[in-house]
Design a protein. Structure first.
Length: 256
C-alpha cells in the first residue's frame, strides 16, 4: 500500500505599506490508519480598521473548530470524501453567516476570501471563495488550480477583456464573491491529485502579485520552509504593497 507524507511551510507578513496584517492562515495535521491528512486555509480579510483581520480570523477559527469538533465524528468509520465535502460546505456557510452577523452588531462592513484544501492520500479537495489562489507546483513551474472571483476575471472569461487589459484595469481588484458581505457567495470545489515530489501552494493575492515563478526554482531546497522564507525575502525587495501569506505543502510517496 502506498503512503503519502507531507512537508509543510508557511509565511505571513504585513508587507511594506499596510499597518495591519489582515491575512489569516490555518494548518492542521492528523493521521488515520497511518496515513497523514491535512486541512489548510488562507483567508484574506477586507474592511476598515481591524474588521478585515477579524473576518479572516473568524474564517480560520471556525475551520479550526470544525477540525476539533466535526471531523472526529466523520472519521469514526473511516474517511469518506463526500462526507468531508458536505461537512466543509456547511462550515463555509457558517463562516459567512457568522461574519455577517458580526458586521450587523459592529460598525463597518467586513469580509474575507477563503482558499482551503483538505489533503489525504495524495489527493486534494479545494474550496474557493474570492481571489486568493491555489497552485500546483511542479518542477519549478506553477499551474493555477482556482479561478479568481473578480470582475476582471469574469470579463476575461467572457471574452470582453484581454488578460493584458485586465492586468491594468482600474477594477482589477473588485471581487464578485466574498464571505461575510452578502447572504450569497460563489463556492467552487475542485478535486485532484498531488504528484509525489510536487507541491500544493495556497496564497493571498499579496503573495502571488509579487511572485516570480522562477524563484521556486527547478532545484528547490530540501525544506519547503526555507524555500518560502527565500521567496518572502525576494518579495520584500519589491513593492510589497499588500499583506503576504502562503502555505506550501510538498507530497512524498512511499510504499509499505
Amino acid at each position: 500500500m502506498s503512503k503519502y507524507s507531507y512537508q509543510t511551510g508557511y509565511i505571513t507578513h504585513v508587507g511594506k505599506v499596510r499597518s495591519v496584517n489582515q491575512d489569516s492562515l490555518l494548518i492542521r495535521r492528523g493521521s488515520i490508519d497511518g496515513q497523514d491528512f491535512l486541512l489548510l486555509a488562507v483567508a484574506d480579510g477586507m474592511g476598515g480598521m481591524s474588521r478585515g483581520e477579524v473576518a479572516s480570523g473568524c474564517a480560520t477559527g471556525l475551520l479550526d473548530q470544525w477540525w476539533s469538533e466535526q471531523l472526529p465524528q466523520l472519521l469514526s468509520h473511516g474517511l469518506d470524501w463526500q462526507q468531508v465535502e458536505n461537512s466543509l460546505t456547511v462550515a463555509v456557510e457558517r463562516i459567512n453567516s457568522t461574519i455577517r452577523q458580526s458586521g450587523q452588531e459592529n460598525p463597518g462592513q467586513a469580509g474575507t476570501t477563503l482558499t482551503m484544501a483538505f489533503v489525504y492520500q495524495g489527493e486534494y479537495l479545494l474550496f474557493q471563495v474570492g481571489d486568493s489562489r491555489a497552485y500546483l507546483v511542479w518542477d519549478g513551474s506553477l499551474r493555477q488550480l482556482t479561478r479568481d472571483q473578480t470582475w476582471c476575471a469574469r470579463e476575461v472569461e467572457a471574452g470582453r477583456l484581454s488578460r493584458e487589459e485586465a492586468a491594468v484595469h482600474p477594477m482589477r481588484h473588485m471581487l464578485i464573491s466574498t464571505l461575510g458581505v452578502r447572504p450569497e457567495y460563489i463556492l467552487e470545489r475542485l478535486r485532484g491529485k498531488i504528484p509525489s515530489g510536487s507541491g500544493l501552494l495556497l496564497c493571498s493575492d499579496g503573495f502571488y502579485q509579487e511572485l516570480n515563478p522562477e524563484w521556486l526554482g527547478k532545484n528547490p531546497p530540501a525544506s519547503v520552509q526555507t524555500l518560502l522564507d527565500q521567496v518572502l525575502a525576494q518579495e520584500l525587495e519589491g513593492a510589497a504593497s499588500d499583506n503576504i501569506t502562503a502555505i506550501l505543502v510538498r507530497a512524498a510517496k512511499s510504499w509499505r
